[in-house]
Design a protein around this ligand. Sequence first.
Ligand SMILES: Cc1cc2nc3c(=O)[nH]c(=O)nc-3n(C[C@H](O)[C@H](O)[C@H](O)COP(=O)(O)OP(=O)(O)OC[C@H]3O[C@@H](n4cnc5c(N)ncnc54)[C@H](O)[C@@H]3O)c2cc1C
Length: 335
Amino acid sequence: MQLHENHSLAAYNTFGIDVKADFFVKVQHLSELKLILSNPLYLRLPKLFLGGGSNILFCSDFKGLVVHLELKGIEDLGDGLIKVQAGENWHHFVLWSLSKGYFGIENLSLIPGNVGAAPMQNIGAYGVELKDVFEHLEAYHIATGEIHNFDCASCRFGYRESVFKNIHKGAYVILSVTFKLRCNANVDTDYGIISEVLNNRGILTPTPKDVSDAVIFIRESKLPDPKEIGNSGSFFKNPVLSLSDFEPIKKNHADVPFYPSGTGQVKVPAAWLIEKAGWKGKRIGNYGVHEKQALVLVNYGGAKGSDIYKLALDIQSSVENQFGVHLNMEVNIIH
Ligand SMILES: Cc1cc2nc3c(=O)[nH]c(=O)nc-3n(C[C@H](O)[C@H](O)[C@H](O)COP(=O)(O)OP(=O)(O)OC[C@H]3O[C@@H](n4cnc5c(N)ncnc54)[C@H](O)[C@@H]3O)c2cc1C
């Protein structure tokens, strides 16, 4: 385990923001994590635990210790129960599960990042969320050094939410996640665009691998690749509105898309609101809003995180002024 000082984080966040961490360390075993967290030199420092860096925006240098979690291993416990260490790449795990005949996460193909961060915001895509296949997780409690188990109920998963993003923020390091995958090959193709792609490919009875391939195709055609243009995927969550808040928007914009979301509520695509407010494709020097995907803020190269954050705030207030809707940020902002 090697500790680096004044270490660039440019390669460790998909926005590609070139900030520095006072201290940076890669951790491959629990023993190393315990060692570094109990070292008196770092006890009082702010700490940040990093996976793939695909849901984070650094607004300045990090004045503390960044721990890059590289714990590896996938363990088949039988009966569809699979225990995966935090540092495994999410998409590799999806492909691994397909190759072993375990199903249920094919709709979550190609989501960037690592398994340890997946419960943080209950990752979701194309009608499936992590909570649908979640069994439990093990997390290291930083204050006591104890390992605690969290089942689905205690994670309090919601739409891009969990206890680790709110009441337990910064208190735990997620070490491993155990999934309950299916052994039968039933697929979920309810999401319109998936069935469209499968139909275009002449696939009438799709396998989970077909669904995964379709999802990969859709994502590659819709979303900018962080290796080419720095970004963190959807910057904002889709707002969930009461019918009374939604009514005036619908009255003024008959074309507004919406989806039922619980009793008396609708979900409105944030991308639609941002586009209507005139932000889609807007470029300010070396950063901006992606030309094809209004929900994605981008770093064209050399942008500062604080500039992208300021852009996000401007978008927030412009949507609020125009529609009376507050957009919550999905990306974790590090000031
Ligand atoms: C192109 C693109 C597309 C995306 N599409 C989707 C999508 O469809 N659906 C979706 O839900 N998300 C999507 N995302 C967001 C992102 O991929 C997920 O949120 C992913 O789970 C983040 O994983 P990560 O390892 O990169 O997390 P990081 O960015 O490294 O970390 C995110 C947060 O979790 C904390 N953290 C990370 N690991 C741990 C751990 N083991 N223990 C405790 N805290 C930890 C970090 O401190 C940080 O606060 C997309 C991102 C990109 C760039």
